[in-house]
Write a protein that binds this ligand. Sequence first.
Ligand SMILES: [Zn+2]
Length: 304
Amino acid sequence: MRNKRTLPKLSSVLLALVLAGSGATFANASAQRRRAPKPSPQASHASEAMSAEARELVERAIDVACRERRKDPKGSVPIDEMQARPSLPVRSEEAIAGSERAQRLLPMAKELVIEFLDRLATEYKFSSRSSRLKLQQAIQRVRMVRRIRPDMDSRDNASVLMRNPVTITFGTIFLAGLPSDEAMISVLGHELVHIADGDHDALLALYRALGKRASSLTGLDIRAQRAEELTCDVVGALAARKFVTATPDYDPLPRRVSRALAHNCVAEDEGDEDHLSPRNTIRALLSLNPALTYELVYGREERE
Ligand SMILES: [Zn+2]
């Protein structure tokens, strides 16, 4: 999470799978996006604060997400627990399973990241001619990603070297700690955004706009690297949410949504200069995405 990763490009089969989703909000939004930039409800509020009710709903949603994690056979391991675990050999069964999952989901994660980067660019008015050019180059970098490399020494982390931005290096503890496809899409999405940014901060203006909005909503200080990390998490969560729509199963919606966030359900909630604390990350992410908050609390999609 402190670093970066990537994958390949979408096949028409995957696209069909995504679009065949059960008519959820995100599918509708993406259909609109192809016709014309949709008017953004968010672009106009540079400084909005949340109501007490909205904050309360976010707190309830965090409780649901973290409670679901404990009941879920595929619940993610919180990152503070991952940090406490002994290193895991690349050849271990869990690391192999995680690595295969990551590699399998990479093409879809890439397509979803491209879609949501494009959507956020519109939403946050990252739309000048030079911004659009930077976005196209960023998307190109995402398309180039090919490979997951499991690495024992990376432990609970993932990283991308910008001199070899086609490979995402994934700690084996991290691979093993994310046993659901939703969690893996979310984390792949996070790393792919770092790759999209490249080594010249191509997405800086987008990070700033999103960080500023998240700061106004939550009162948290979300600037510089923290804004980048939060943007990565937002794209990862949106990608995972759309993946849920595209791959219906019998698990309840809150459980599947929770998997996109639950690695942040830590007991030791510590941030640093570059990162919000894990629980504040969930808090900011849900504050920016009331549809996810609603789904966690009420167990169904919010209909307009
Ligand atoms: Zn990161």
